[in-house]
Write a protein that binds this ligand. Structure first.
Ligand code: ATP
Ligand code: MG
Ligand code: FE
Length: 347
């Protein structure tokens, strides 16, 4: 089954063609980061308008790249939430219009289920069940995954997401959005041990996270360094490293707990922050000691992309799930409310 996948939940227009027999055939991404940079954050109306401009050209591009035509498409999947409602509506409208015109089924997909299943696009995909750490710009969650749509929430952030903490720390260090990769690059020149940041909520039992305190800790450290004679490049790098090490340690400690608690030998890390090299290395070291394996997507499929939406949607469509006539756009949508694969959805 040849699926066209469309992602427009925020500031990235992502499109991909995935074939259930042949795998991923093509994918394309346009990031709006430069457009929003002048405003210091994503402007929802501008995001929607840019998705309108870029979406159909990107669809044509992936078809051309794969040597296919619109008539070859057998199903269309799009991100139905969570995300910015206007941006979601653009993807949903294009998906439904194309589906109607081509006479093929259409299905709205959960963005976080897309992130969660992205590692399945790699060689040696994880078997169910597994523990998953979803770690992105808007989410930090530990989930026990028994199958597609069988999600048991083990823990989550009580305040900021880890990616958000990276982005805010970046801003305080004078770096642009998205902050994660920039903080990581700066940290490479950092001096180990010059600063020590706390590991929030690791001294008590449980699998929840909190990252807003780390942000305050960064702010205080930056202010103190400024007062003490200026924030030179080495100091910025040392702060970046101390922050990154604290996030990685915190996430690793909770993942170890989750693996032990569920007696699981497989850990999936997904979402933008799972592209972080220090995090991957930390998780692998921890999992090795437990005799467990760690699975993640290639870096470009850790952040938002169309391939994960094509893949996740394809699995559900093969099981018979389809949208009705209505476009589905759900800005807030808990992932554990999804039906198991195979069970019809009531929308
Ligand atoms: P959500 O998926 O929760 O709705 P989102 O779509 O904005 O949020 P993603 O696209 O999955 O989030 O990921 C973006 C986030 O990942 C940003 O916060 C970014 O700073 C972070 N990120 C990307 N690469 C890295 C990296 N190498 N190290 C740390 N953080 C990173
Ligand atoms: Mg993004
Ligand atoms: Fe995302």
């Amino acid at each position: 089954m040849l699926i066209l996948g469309i992602e427009t939940s925020c500031d990235e227009t992502g499109v991909a063609l995935y074939d259930s027999e042949q795998g991923l055939l093509a994918h394309a991404l346009f990031s709006q980061i430069d457009m929003h940079a002048d405003y210091g954050g994503v402007v929802p109306e501008l995001a929607s308008r840019d998705h309108v401009r870029k979406l159909l050209p990107l669809c044509d591009q992936v078809l051309a790249d794969a040597g296919r035509i619109r008539g070859d498409i057998e199903g269309i999947t799009y991100t139905a939430g969570p995300g910015l409602v206007g941006a979601l509506m653009v993807g949903g409208s294009v998906a439904h219009a194309l589906g109607f015109a081509l006479g093929v089924p259409v299905l709205g997909v959960h963005h976080m289920e897309g992130h969660l299943l992205a590692p399945m696009l790699e060689d040696n995909p994880p078997a169910f069940p597994f523990v998953a750490l979803l770690v992105s710009g808007g989410h930090t969650q530990l989930v026990l995954v028994n199958g597609i749509g069988e999600y048991e929430m083990l823990g989550e952030s009580v305040d900021d997401a880890a990616g958000e903490a990276f982005d805010k720390t970046a801003k305080m260090l004078g770096l642009d959005y998205p902050g994660g990769p920039r903080v990581a690059a700066l940290a490479e020149n950092g001096t180990e041990g010059r600063y020590r940041f706390p590991r929030p909520m690791t001294d008590r039992p449980g699998l929840d996270f909190s990252f807003s305190g780390l942000k305050t800790f960064t702010l205080n450290t930056v202010s103190a360094a400024e007062k003490a004679g200026g924030l030179d490049d080495q100091t910025r790098a040392d702060i970046a490293l101390a922050f990154e090490a604290a996030v990685v340690d915190t996430l690793t400690i909770k993942c170890r707990r989750a693996l032990e608690q569920t007696c699981s030998k497989r850990l999936v890390i997904a979402g933008g922050v799972s592209a972080n090299k220090r995090l991957r290395a930390g998780m692998e070291k921890m999992a090795d000691k437990l005799g467990a394996g760690v699975f993640y997507a290639r870096p470009e499929f850790c952040t938002d992309n169309g391939a994960m939406i094509a893949y996740a949607g394809c699995q559900r469509m093969k099981a018979g799930q389809r949208d009705g006539d209505r476009i589905v756009a759900v800005p807030r949508w808990p992932m554990n409310s999804l039906p198991p694969i195979g069970e019809p959805r009531g929308n």
